[in-house]
Design a protein around this ligand. Structure first.
Ligand code: CS2
Ligand code: MN
Length: 348
């Protein structure tokens, strides 16, 4: 496996130099964030990003994400042009030596939380999700905006989008995902880029919008939509793990040859559809992080891992979920577990 760390570009308060000093860190997960969703990424911009990352002594390992335009998810408008642009972006990424791309198919909103800085007993703070709070949220109010969301929507634009989605069922979303995969994975196979869909976070419908990458059965259905190793997964323990019905360790053993990117983070389930993010340490949350790492190691996982989100600790300020310190602690904890699993296996 290759340990990686997400970096949001030159304006990220977490610098490449600091990431480089995390023991065992080899790669960067990043993207180009200032190109409108749906437009093709020029090769020059990709090469510039790669050059910047490599100048710091790290490699540009995974692109997270090449975002999918809403017309593709809704199966309308300019979806064919946007799919063509998506394929152009993949071809350009391949020319720059990229072999893994993360994306997600969540309608309108990316990962969603009700609190970006829940105070924890130890004085740190973390992202949290309280269902009754989210149910009262009005995405049209304009005061809602989370780090993972596309901030380009106007209030009218958002209203029209939500109205269009009110007619889109989960089955429609499945059909539109297959239409997208049938065209994009063909190119991914040609240019040898492993596509890795990220599950829905949280893995249930929000604001009345359909969500489908949510469970083992749905992931099995997704993998059959296009049966190719280039149609793969970002298995995110924190996103799927907030549902007690999702057994992450079982999913690792079931899907490992189609998992190209592992997000390993812990969460604490605090109620029915309520959770808070926690330190990666198993006893800090509800997930068996040792069991998860051991499962990947037993399967001989050779893909990329990143510690995904962290708390804000030691007074750090920054992008919610994406501070330096707790993600660094998580990366080293995961590497430590991995090393122990490997060495114990050698001693047998
Ligand atoms: C995170 C997100 O939600 C998560 O688990 O990995 O930051 C992620 O970037 C997006 O939801 C999808 O890539
Ligand atoms: Mn994730």
């Amino acid at each position: 496996m290759k340990m990686t760390f997400r970096w949001y570009g030159e304006d990220d308060p977490v610098t490449l130099e600091k990431i480089r000093q995390i023991p065992g860190m080899t790669g960067i997960v990043s993207a180009i964030y200032d190109i409108p969703v749906g437009e093709a990424w020029p090769l020059e911009r990709i090469l510039k990003l790669k050059e910047t990352v490599e100048a710091s002594g790290l490699e540009l390992s995974v692109i997270e994400s090449v975002p999918v335009h809403e017309d593709i998810k809704m199966g309308c408008g300019d979806r064919d042009r946007y799919i063509e642009n998506y394929c152009t972006t993949l071809r350009n990424l391949a020319k720059a030596g990229i072999d893994c791309v993360c994306y997600n198919f969540m309608p309108v909103f990316d990962w969603t939380r009700s609190d970006l800085a829940l105070q924890l007993p130890d004085g740190s703070n973390a992202l949290a999700y309280k269902n009754e709070t989210v149910l009262k949220m009005n995405p049209l109010s304009g005061e809602l905006s989370l780090p993972g969301w596309d901030s380009s929507y106007t209030k009218e634009g958002m209203k029209s989008l939500l109205e269009q989605y009110s007619k889109i069922t989960e089955e429609d979303l499945w059909d539109n995902l297959k239409y997208f995969l049938d065209r994009v994975i063909k190119v991914a196979e040609e240019v040898k880029i492993k596509m890795a869909i990220h599950p829905d976070d949280p893995p249930w419908s929000i604001f009345g919008l359909p969500r489908i990458i949510t469970s083992k059965a749905n992931i099995e259905r997704f993998l059959k939509l296009y049966d190719s190793k280039y149609n793969g997964l970002t298995l995110c323990s924190g996103s799927l793990g907030v549902s007690p019905d999702n057994d992450i360790i079982d999913m690792i053993h079931s899907f490992c040859d189609r998992i190209h990117f592992a997000h390993i983070r812990n969460i604490k389930i605090s109620g029915d559809c309520d959770f808070e993010e926690s330190a990666h340490y198993t006893k800090a949350g509800s997930l068996d992080i040792f069991g998860i790492v051991h499962a990947y190691q037993q399967e001989g996982f050779e893909g990329y891992i990143r510690p995904d989100h962290g708390r804000m600790i030691w007074g750090e300020q920054g992008r919610p979920g994406y501070g330096l310190y707790d993600r660094a602690l998580g990366a080293v904890y995961i590497n430590g577990l991995w090393e122990a699993c490997e060495r114990l296996e050698e001693m047998k």
